[in-house]
Design a protein around this ligand. Structure first.
Ligand SMILES: [Zn+2]
Ligand SMILES: [Zn+2]
Length: 149
């Protein structure tokens, strides 16, 4: 007898008790960011999308299954939500912007403590060109804030 697909699916899940996330331990999608799972029709799909659809039915047209826990490897249905594509894009765009601003401030204060760009890059684990970019962003935001004050 073939193993039911749900049992096959759950055999790849490891619960992370700290975050409550169900981490996917199986194959990864081609970009390596999401879990990948082969369904009973032999189709390779995103593991989180599979989990979502198992409980909620097909993802509505024009929607993306989003991780509310910000953990791309998580497949816990209660951590997932189907949201319209544009809304999803906006959400991640804003998230990325906040993250760069934070990193920019971090690089800026390291620069003020007289570290070289090379040293900063090593410390924050980014390329030197990215650090230059972030320092640029930091200078721009500092200038804008000074003007606003
Ligand atoms: Zn999660
Ligand atoms: Zn998302």
């Amino acid at each position: 007898m073939a193993t039911p697909v749900s049992a096959r699916f759950t055999s790849f899940i490891k619960v992370d008790f700290e975050s409550g996330c169900w981490l996917w331990t199986g194959a990864l999608s081609s970009q390596g960011m999401y879990g990948g799972f082969t369904n009973d029709s032999g189709q390779f799909c995103y593991a989180h999308v599979f989990a979502f659809e198992l409980l909620n039915g097909p993802v509505p047209d024009g929607c993306i299954v989003h991780h509310e826990c910000h953990n791309p490897r998580c497949v816990r249905p209660s951590h997932l939500a189907a949201i319209p594509r544009e809304e999803h894009y906006r959400l991640h765009f804003e998230e990325r912007r906040q993250r760069s601003l934070k990193r920019a401030a971090e690089c800026g204060s390291l620069r003020e403590s007289d570290l070289t760009v090379k040293q900063i890059a090593k410390k924050v684990n980014l390329s030197t060109s990215r650090v230059y970019e972030l320092l640029h962003i930091h200078r721009d935001t500092s200038a804008a804030l000074a003007q606003a004050a």
